[in-house]
Write a protein that binds this ligand. Structure first.
Ligand code: NDP
Length: 296
């Protein structure tokens, strides 16, 4: 029987644990706060930001929201980040990407105070992750690590294949898997659009993690019997539904499920974990900034 991992259930358990940490912080007079900054009219970005705010409210994290016109000068965004860096009520800052073309997105990431960088994308935090001394693990790969742990999938000594090498998912995922630490110690291959014979790589893997944005790229014929398959992808494809589309992952679920021992669905797999780990990083940031030790 294939174990279909329930990201909502795993996420809920982690959020319950965070409530205890928030009580500890409140006891020390600290209410954790997350600021979101949106400079986009993209409906998906607007939805992500409002989901993050709602998740904060549900848990007792204060949320602050700043919305900028898409044609505002870049300086306006940098000034906003600077004021949030200086605001003691704000423990975490998230600038929703992508920002408009006239704004240098790397400069935006560098402008965030690294101790408030709950996405974990500031070069200092990327460096710490690579060096095995992570302050904030990026939310999606951290969520995948937590899902594997919840399913009792031991990564140590396993062959893992990460399909995708983006800065937000593929690269940090691979970095976590190779760390000499729990949730790591895997022999890790990173594949991308120039990889030759992707199937040959994925078929030899105990763990396949797909993060490409290419609908149903990985099918059952590319999966070894008994493998663990984690699908990060979220893709809208035209469908005969009320909305005119449906969400599918980067894995062809039905055929991959025939082979896999453990698999994540889309939706309801990795997605809920990403927001959960953002809340986790915000609580962690509040603890670090106020010197309150938390059992995270
Ligand atoms: P990017 O577009 O930044 O990166 C995609 C990666 O996949 C690139 O490295 C690209 O290779 C590789 N790739 C594309 N096509 C192929 C192919 N045919 N074969 C092998 N590799 C390929 O995407 P992201 O990493 O930001 O996101 C990936 C997916 O995950 C998307 O569907 C996104 O919506 C989803 N996502 C989901 C999240 C969640 O919470 N569930 C969070 C973040 C992302 P190359 O580098 O050579 O171009």
């Amino acid at each position: 029987m294939t174990h279909v991992l329930d990201g909502n259930a795993v996420g809920d358990r982690i959020r319950d644990g965070l409530r205890g940490c928030i009580d500890t912080l409140e006891g020390a007079g600290v209410t954790p706060g997350l600021a979101t900054v949106l400079m986009s009219e993209d409906p998906a970005s607007e939805t992500y930001v409002s989901m993050k705010q709602r998740a904060c409210d549900d848990l007792g994290i204060e949320s602050f929201h700043h919305e900028l016109d898409t044609d505002a000068p870049a300086e306006e965004l940098f000034d906003t980040v600077e004021s949030l860096n200086d605001d003691d009520a704000v423990n975490g800052i998230l600038v929703q990407m992508p920002v408009p073309d006239h704004v240098d997105d790397r400069a935006v990431l560098r402008s965030i105070d690294p101790v408030k960088d709950v996405d974990g994308f500031h070069p200092e935090n990327v460096g710490r992750l690579v060096a095995g001394d992570a302050r904030f693990k990026p939310c999606t790969p951290h969520g995948v690590q937590k899902l594997l742990e919840a399913a009792d999938v031991d990564t140590e000594g396993k062959d893992a294949v990460v399909v995708g090498r983006s800065d937000i998912v593929g690269k940090p995922m691979a970095n976590l898997l190779i760390q000499k630490a729990p949730g790591g110690n895997a022999t890790t291959t990173v594949c991308h659009s120039r990889t030759s014979d992707l199937g040959a790589k994925t078929r030899q893997a105990d763990i396949v993690i797909a993060a490409t944005g290419y609908p149903e790229l990985v099918d059952g014929s590319m999966i070894a019997e008994g493998a663990t398959v984690i699908d990060v992808g979220v893709n809208r494809v035209d469908a005969d539904t009320e909305k005119g589309y449906e969400l599918v992952g980067d894995v062809e679920f039905e055929s991959a499920k025939e082979k896999a021992a453990v698999i994540t669905p889309v939706p309801g797999g990795v997605g809920p974990m990403t927001i959960t780990m953002l809340l986790y990083n915000t609580v962690k940031a509040a603890g670090l900034q106020h010197d309150v030790s938390l059992s995270l």
